[in-house]
Design a binder for this molecule. Structure first.
Ligand SMILES: [Zn+2]
Length: 392
């Protein structure tokens, strides 16, 4: 904690030098927790931001142990936000809610609660707190400060994925704060290639000194990352992994493919294409959910957008398709958007032909029984796919 009560007045460590704080401690100033009224001790090291800690943790429900990263993030963001607004408070307890906002801002038109999240908490807790703030007319702004693993692909845990947001010009993106470098990093145009790995465009750096609420993001190219052309390498890798690590007998999806008499390795290439941007809502790989669509309705009948939605919703209900938990998003009708996005792609690939509101396969698919027939399918498919990539 950075704030305490001293003689019934709010006292914040970051407004004082280490010397001044040591002086106060020497003189035996007694600091009290503003939330539970129990005594606090002041910690003044040489590295960490000077802060308070409960002498006994048992009493306080609202303030838990904080990492040095959390304390530093609070200090940096408080300094920045209070240079923009006059009414900013640290560790603000919200009346009517058992919640303490890390930073609370009151502007002429809005109340904003900044929540800095370093440690993983259950996503239901993010949902609960977000809901609580909204009920009080406060807009929460969640900031993720965990380091993200990024090499060729960005790897995001289920918890980190909960911080994914959407904007029309960035598509789905994730913003995270690196207090040690005093910067935000924003990864735009996220595109999942597995449940935890994502392609993204190059990250955008926003120094904390340029941070605003909401963040204003420099103009970036609307183009999708060029390595979208590697999509099919990732698709192939996913298929081989699936064969390798799953026992066909126990894997629900594979069992269904084999039960249908299809060869998993020779599925048509239009099963497993990226539906940009909204396909991210589905946690399963594109091969899985698009196979279900194909098997349940596309294979034999003329279909409509509604029939695709029905298939997806039914498969979600019975647990074959799982949606990602993305609590910071307010996207309406994501299933409808995914269905229409997929159908549009299939139409552009000339896999489907649209007649009135119905779609029909331009030619029936028969599973190749040997390698060279599949090579022919590839040969027909890729020029059309590359044509679509050019237009993205
Ligand atoms: Zn307390």
């Amino acid at each position: 904690m950075l704030t305490a009560l001293l003689n019934r007045q709010v006292f914040t460590t970051i407004h004082y030098s280490r010397e001044e704080l040591r002086g106060l401690r020497k003189r035996g100033a007694s600091f009290i927790c503003p939330h539970c009224s129990s005594p606090l001790t002041m910690k003044i090291g040489s590295c960490n931001v000077p802060h308070f800690a409960h002498i006994s943790h048992a009493d306080c429900e609202l303030v838990r142990g904080e990492t040095p990263q959390h304390l530093l993030s609070k200090q940096l963001l408080y300094d920045r936000v209070s240079s923009l607004y006059t009414s900013v408070s640290l560790e603000h307890s919200i009346k009517g809610l058992k919640q303490v906002a890390d930073i609370y801002v009151k502007t002429d038109t809005a109340e904003i609660a900044i929540e800095i999240q370093c440690s993983s908490i259950p996503i239901s807790e993010i949902v609960r707190r977000t809901y609580g703030y909204h009920r009080q007319g406060i807009t929460p702004f969640w900031i993720l400060t965990q380091p993200l693993k990024s090499k060729k692909l960005l790897s995001l845990t289920t918890f980190q994925q909960a911080f994914i947001r959407y904007s029309p010009h960035l598509d789905y993106f994730i913003l995270h704060f690196l207090p040690d470098r005093s910067i935000f990093q924003l990864y735009p145009h996220l595109l999942p290639v597995s449940t935890t790995a994502f392609m993204s465009a190059a990250p955008i750096i926003i120094p904390v000194s340029e941070f605003t609420l909401p963040p204003s993001i420099p103009n970036v190219s609307v183009l999708h990352p060029s390595f979208l052309s590697h999509w099919y390498d990732f698709r192939t890798k996913w298929i081989y992994n699936k064969i390798h690590y799953n026992k066909a007998r126990t894997d629900v999806f594979l069992r269904e493919v084999y039960g249908e008499g299809d060869t998993f390795l020779y599925l048509p290439l239009y099963i497993g294409i990226p539906v940009i941007p909204h396909g991210i809502h589905i946690r399963n790989h594109e091969v899985e959910w698009q196979y279900y669509v194909w098997k349940d309705c596309l294979k034999e009948n003329a279909i409509s957008e509604e029939s695709v939605c029905r298939v997806l919703n039914r498969r979600i209900a019975n647990g074959h398709i799982e949606l990602r938990s993305l609590p910071l998003l307010k996207i309406d009708e994501e299933i409808k958007r995914i269905a229409s996005g997929y159908l549009r792609l299939l139409e552009e690939l000339q896999v489907l032909r649209k007649i009135n509101d119905m779609y029909q396969l331009t030619e029936p698919w028969s599973c190749p029984d040997h390698f060279s027939a599949y090579e022919q399918h590839k040969h027909d498919f890729f020029p059309r796919w590359k044509h679509i990539l050019k237009k993205l």
